[in-house]
Design a protein around this ligand. Structure first.
Ligand SMILES: NC(=O)c1ccc[n+]([C@@H]2O[C@H](COP(=O)([O-])OP(=O)(O)OC[C@H]3O[C@@H](n4cnc5c(N)ncnc54)[C@H](OP(=O)(O)O)[C@@H]3O)[C@@H](O)[C@H]2O)c1
Length: 302
């Protein structure tokens, strides 16, 4: 299959591109800079130059492909507080990709997050059949699933807050480590019994490939290896890795300790992938988050 990927040069893409090439697919990735284009060609993919807002480029590349994976997201806009702008670009890009594939039965795999489930119902075990009515990134998820009615074999992969591995340089785990290093203390909120699910980057990439190859139209899929790890245990692993003390803090103190992660560190987000495993035969085989934290690579020069 010839696959067009937006965001191919990013963290998840750095595992997905090699995964697809190793299984006989060819890849063209969207690249908005020379550096991103060079990464893609270095891995053996082709690069097509363009920004996420360059809708003509998206349309042309999607029409030339046998399947599409949408990973790009304007994290820079999101981190600057422009959530609406980032979500609007995401949806506009998906509308173009979806209309390019409409009527073809070709696969389109979109990306969402398990954290959205916790924001809607904290502590409830998130399953693939939970459908949220709308909102930030949820509108995009629901749009992709709805493309099944337009003869697109669409699916959405919900990623946990922590996609972890040696390929992870700027996700939530390196951010937590950076804050703990900066403040000389690794923190959790309250008892720290709230949970985050997690997945190894290469297991997530495997799931994206299976989704492309065979997910039924309209699937919601969970890329979840660890169903839920208590934040206290994550903080303790970071404390050990950095050799700094570990401390409970109040939720009000979280912004001073973990900056932009303040609203996430209290999330209780246990998430199941039972249905995903059943439907696609996906089995995570790589280390879990606590094993990756114990391995040490997150704490050295990277
Ligand atoms: N990793 C996680 O822990 C996690 C968790 C939940 C959800 N997600 C979602 O999963 C998807 C992939 O995440 P990731 O961790 O791989 O992200 P990432 O490492 O930040 O990579 C983002 C990718 O999007 C591209 N991109 C950003 N803005 C763009 C723009 N305006 N035009 C074109 N390309 C643009 C980047 O290109 P450059 O290489 O040029 O910067 C990069 O290839 C995103 O939707 C993310 O929100 C990730």
């Amino acid at each position: 299959m010839h696959v067009f990927i937006t965001g191919a040069s990013g963290h998840v893409g750095s595992a997905l591109v090699p995964e697809l090439l190793a299984h006989g697919h060819t890849v063209t990735g969207l690249a908005r800079s020379d550096e991103s284009a060079a990464r893609l060609t270095g891995w053996g993919a082709e690069a097509v130059r363009g920004d996420l807002d360059d809708l003509d480029a998206l349309d042309t590349a999607a029409r030339a492909a046998d399947g599409v994976v949408h990973l790009a997201f304007r994290h820079d806009a999101m981190q600057a507080g422009d959530l609406q702008g980032a979500a609007a670009s995401d949806l506009a890009a998906l509308e173009v990709l979806g209309s390019a594939l409409a009527g073809t039965d070709k696969p389109l795999v979109g990306t969402s997050g398990t954290g959205l489930l916790a924001m809607a119902a904290p502590g409830r075990l998130g399953t693939e059949d939970v459908v949220l009515p709308g909102g930030y990134r949820v509108d995009a998820e629901n749009f992709v699933v709805g493309l099944a009615d337009k003869q697109v074999r669409s699916s959405v992969v919900r990623l946990p807050p922590t996609v972890h591995s040696d390929l992870d340089h700027h996700g939530f785990v390196p951010a937590l480590i950076g804050f703990a290093r900066e403040h000389g203390v690794s923190t959790y909120v309250g008892e720290g019994t709230n949970r985050w699910p997690a997945v190894h980057t290469r297991d997530a990439a495997h799931l994206y490939r299976l989704a492309l190859e065979s997910a039924p139209a309209g699937s919601r899929l969970h890329a979840v290896g660890d169903e839920g790890i208590e934040l206290r245990r994550i903080a303790e692993a970071i404390g050990r890795g950095l050799d700094v003390p570990v401390r409970s803090i109040d939720a009000e103190a979280a912004p001073a300790h973990v900056g932009f992660l303040a609203s996430f560190v209290s999330l209780d987000n246990p998430t199941s992938a039972v249905r995903t495993r059943e439907v696609l035969g996906w089995e995570p085989t790589h280390p879990g988050l606590l094993d990756d934290l114990a391995a040490g690579f997150y704490f050295g020069e990277r």
